[in-house]
Write a protein that binds this ligand. Structure first.
Ligand code: ZN
Length: 437
């Protein structure tokens, strides 16, 4: 009897161990195996093709399922042969790339770990299909819309773009049980009023304007709860819930209406972390979703974590705030110390960006992802104007320096103590003290 109890305990222990991957184990798995090596925003279609070739070598089932407006190949990857049909697509907006890299790494991992018990369980219970980079022409131009200038995610009913027709056909001809719509949101999206970036935002997408709560939607809320718990130790306080306005022409809403309840994942940014870090967080979250579907653990989960997620907020974050800025004595304005807020445009990781002054004076209510205290310095803007709309190209002089402020070409004649240019300190980093938040 005692032996029987012992053996059943062993069995429970083993089954838990086999099928319940901890988030840390998934993170370690990504660290050890990811084949993506570029920052996701630098991945163009030609780079995706390199990844796809590598996946083929690893035994991933992957093929061309369509072409973009410009004739670029659109691929679909597949894993498993189980009864539950899972469909994912990424980068229907060309400048929203993070999940494309995550999908590549997920399929690479699954194909190269087929004999691991929990991966076997995925293969037995799920059939997973994923389209990475649905909008390769937009990705090439690093723009939201496709080559026709149409937002594919507003083309679910018109079907004026080849990409939208393909996506609709992939849903219609296969009728997946669940869909994952993978996007990026602005890096300045915040978690409610916390002053923290929303690095990952989730939404269980309703299938009608009345927001009818179906069984599939409740299942998806339990799955998002599991995903949130899996990633919150990695990005604590940086997870939010996306707005749930019904958009009649969007794909997520229509997939849900067409019988494939959708989970939307919007990846934001995390200051000080590379984009690939958030690809890894996507990897952990999506593998956790597969796990909860494959093991059925979602059925006994709770929707509470999803229901209580703080909401996305906008308009409260800026990239930089320089506090107590005083213009050099020669400058016309500002004459009293002010705070200056500056924001960056969305760009590829390898591109330098222009940072523009967004507000001068009262920056109350705003939080800078990075803030500096310029109280001990006079500040000169490269082109002479510290005003909203101007570039945040800033030269800092210690106030006790002897500088002839009436001189022409001050910047050439008097070497600044610190230079802030294109979003970073190109001279004297640390001289203007950073404000610890
Ligand atoms: Zn998007």
């Amino acid at each position: 009897m005692r032996k029987a109890i012992f053996l059943s305990l062993i069995a429970i222990f083993v089954s838990l161990n086999i099928f319940a991957q901890t988030p840390q184990e998934l993170a370690d798995a990504w660290d050890a195996t990811h084949i993506t090596d570029k920052e996701p925003s630098d991945v163009r279609h030609a780079d995706l093709k390199v990844y796809i070739e590598k996946l083929r070598e690893q035994g991933v089932k992957v093929g061309e399922v369509g072409r973009s407006n410009a004739g670029r190949e659109i691929y679909q990857m597949e894993f498993g042969s189980g009864p539950t049909k899972v469909f994912l697509w990424s980068q229907m907006h060309g400048d929203e790339p993070t999940a494309t890299s995550a999908l590549v790494d997920i399929f690479s991992y699954l194909a190269t770990h087929k004999d691991v018990p929990w991966v076997k369980e995925f293969a037995a219970k799920l059939t997973i299909r994923a389209v990475p980079m649905l909008n390769p022409d937009g990705a090439e131009l690093y723009q939201r819309r496709n080559l026709q200038g149409i937002d594919i995610n507003r083309d679910a009913l018109n079907l004026a773009t080849p990409e939208a027709r393909l996506l609709k056909w992939l849903q219609n001809s296969w009728q997946p049980d669940i869909g994952f719509n993978l996007h990026n949101q602005q890096e300045l999206t915040a978690v409610d009023h916390t002053g923290k970036q929303a690095s990952i935002s989730f939404l269980v997408v309703y299938g009608d304007p009345a927001k009818t709560e179906t069984a599939g939607m409740l299942r998806n809320k339990r799955i998002v709860s599991a995903m949130t718990k899996a990633i919150e130790t990695f990005i604590p306080g940086h997870i939010a819930r996306y707005g749930d306005d019904w958009t009649p022409t969007a794909f997520g809403d229509n997939f849900s209406a067409w019988g494939t309840p959708v989970i939307l994942i919007e990846t934001g940014a995390l200051v000080g972390q590379k984009e690939l870090y958030l690809a890894k967080i996507n990897f952990i979250a999506i593998m956790t979703a597969f796990s909860s579907l494959a093991t059925g653990s979602e059925a006994t989960g709770s929707t509470l974590t999803y229901d209580t997620l703080p909401r996305n907020a906008s308009g409260t974050l800026v990239n930089f705030i320089f506090r107590n800025v005083e213009a050099a004595p020669k400058g016309n304005k500002p004459v009293v110390a002010v705070d200056i807020a500056a924001v960056a445009a969305r760009r590829r990781a390898s591109f330098t960006t222009s940072i523009r002054i967004s507000r001068v004076g009262n920056v109350g209510g705003l939080t800078g992802l990075e803030e500096f205290d310029a109280a001990g310095f006079y500040v000169v803007q490269r082109f002479g104007s510290l005003a909203p709309g101007k570039l945040a190209e800033l030269f800092f002089y210690k106030k006790d320096r002897v500088v002839d402020w009436k001189a022409q070409d001050i910047i050439e004649k008097f070497e600044p103590d610190a230079i802030f240019s294109a979003g970073s300190w190109t001279k004297g980093e640390g001289v203007v003290p950073k404000i610890q938040r």
